[in-house]
Design a protein. Structure first.
Length: 276
């Protein structure tokens, strides 16, 4: 059976999917037609409901929960790995309402967290995540909300951190921060959903046990080619929660969704949002 599979070119995604798409682990008869795209494009594909399995931001899941279920494996979720707000000079975000800020997409979890933690900030402009640092440097915006490997490069470009959304989230909730997850379309049977979950878990475990196996694949698609940055990126976003969310991870996801509901972002979610 062939299934369409979407994920980003970011090192944490290419790292965990390498084994299952290149037949390094048992896929239990499944084959995958791969679409690689920026996270916001992946979100839009999920909104259209035209892909079987995809990475998407947890924020976006709120809009597709009736079409998709979350897998237990594959999530980018953890501690001290949240989005950062950067600028050329220090800005007090709590007291400002006029800051123009670049965001990596309206439906990213980063933008949801910004709304939860700084509801006063409303002047937002969408940029491709990899263009946000330059937008700040070139004064197209006052500040930028950065994700992925940009958290490792902004200081080299003379920019400063003015807020760590992950740190603030952890202080408020005591939960790890849920950034992105993997979903499968509800049209597939429970047997197929469970099979995909098993295969993905096997792929993640293989990658962690054999970190150099997909090195060439990861580096080929990485935005930032410096090997040390790639390693730090993977170490930050791939962890035990990526293998299996567990109760702690699921609680963090539900906490995020509760905050989003309080903001009026979503209506009631289905009860069964995770693959059993």
């Amino acid at each position: 059976m062939k299934l369409t599979l979407g994920f980003s070119t970011c090192p944490n995604d290419t790292f965990i999917f390498d084994a299952m798409i290149h037949n390094k682990v048992d896929t239990e008869g499944l084959e995958f037609e791969v679409l690689m795209a920026d996270v916001e494009e992946l979100n839009r594909n999920a909104f259209a409901g035209n892909i079987d399995i995809t990475k998407l931001s947890y924020h976006s899941y709120l809009y597709v929960a009736k079409q998709y279920k979350l897998l237990n494996s594959g999530s980018a979720l953890g501690y001290k790995n949240g989005p950062l707000v950067i600028a050329k000079d220090n800005i007090n975000l709590e007291k400002s309402v006029s800051v123009k800020i670049a965001i990596p997409g309206k439906h990213t979890t980063a933008n949801l967290l910004l709304s939860v933690l700084y509801p006063n900030l409303s002047d937002k402009t969408e940029f491709l995540f990899s263009d946000i640092e330059d937008a700040v440097i070139n004064k197209k915006v006052d500040a930028g909300l950065i994700i992925h490997e940009n958290r490792f490069t902004y200081e080299k470009k003379g920019l400063v951190k003015i807020a760590d959304l992950g740190e603030e989230w952890e202080l408020q909730t005591k939960c790890p921060i849920p950034l992105g997850g993997i979903v499968i379309h509800r049209k597939h049977s429970a047997e197929i959903q469970q099979k995909v979950d098993r295969v993905l878990k096997r792929s993640v475990e293989f990658a962690l046990a054999n970190p150099d196996s997909g090195k060439g694949f990861v580096k080929y698609y990485a935005q930032e080619l410096e090997e040390e940055v790639i390693k730090m990126h993977i170490a930050l976003y791939v962890n035990n929660f990526t293998v299996d969310l567990g109760e702690t991870g699921k609680n963090a996801v539900f906490t995020l969704f509760e905050r989003a509901t309080n903001l009026g972002v979503t209506a009631n979610l289905p009860v069964d949002i995770f693959v059993d």
